[in-house]
Write a protein of this length. Structure first.
Length: 175
């Protein structure tokens, strides 16, 4: 399989937010689950059988032009944490490459890296995945939701600071 290099124009790293009691707070935003892609142990190779499900994601994206497609890269907990973050990102990039080849606009795809820190499933095989979901919420909502457990959020277009932080309290109009 040939991979295409996509220049990453922005990357946000942050610590997971915590509530006053020290527990993780997971922001809720409106999302639509589009599917999951699973990988073999220690592999980021995208199986050819995934072309049909990813074609469905590309069709969905064409029908919903205002939605952002989010790729959550995960790995199982075996191996070094830093390696698992890298593996999870390679998995997300391979899914991104296939979606680009299917015609999805690269500026509509955001990748999140969880490595081994994503939500655990019932087996290691189910932990080796890229979850695909969509939202029409702003980028800062995706960042807030993802960095509760995630390591990095990557997107492919320049954005103003307000897109990362959201509106200031004085900018919020309550009616």
């Amino acid at each position: 399989m040939r991979l295409h290099f996509i220049p990453l124009l922005a990357m946000a790293l942050a610590v997971s937010p915590a509530a006053a009691d020290g527990k993780l707070v997971e922001p809720q935003i409106d999302t639509e689950a589009l599917g999951e892609v699973f990988f073999a142990f220690d592999s980021a190779r995208l199986a050819e059988t995934m072309t049909i499900p990813l074609a469905g994601v590309a069709t969905w994206a064409a029908e919903h032009p205002n939605a952002m497609i989010v790729l959550d890269g995960n790995a199982d907990s075996r191996g070094a944490s830093t390696y698992n973050v890298s593996l999870a990102m390679r998995r997300a990039r391979n899914v991104q490459s296939k979606l680009l080849a299917l015609g999805v606009d690269p500026t509509r795809i955001t990748m999140v890296t969880y490595g081994e820190d994503g939500l655990r499933r019932s087996s290691f095989a189910l932990d080796r995945r890229v979850a695909i979901w969509a939202t029409e919420q702003p980028l800062y909502s995706v960042i807030d939701r993802s960095l509760v457990r995630g390591t990095a959020v990557v997107w492919n277009k320049p954005v103003p600071q307000t897109a990362l932080e959201g509106p200031r309290p004085e900018q919020v109009v309550i009616r």
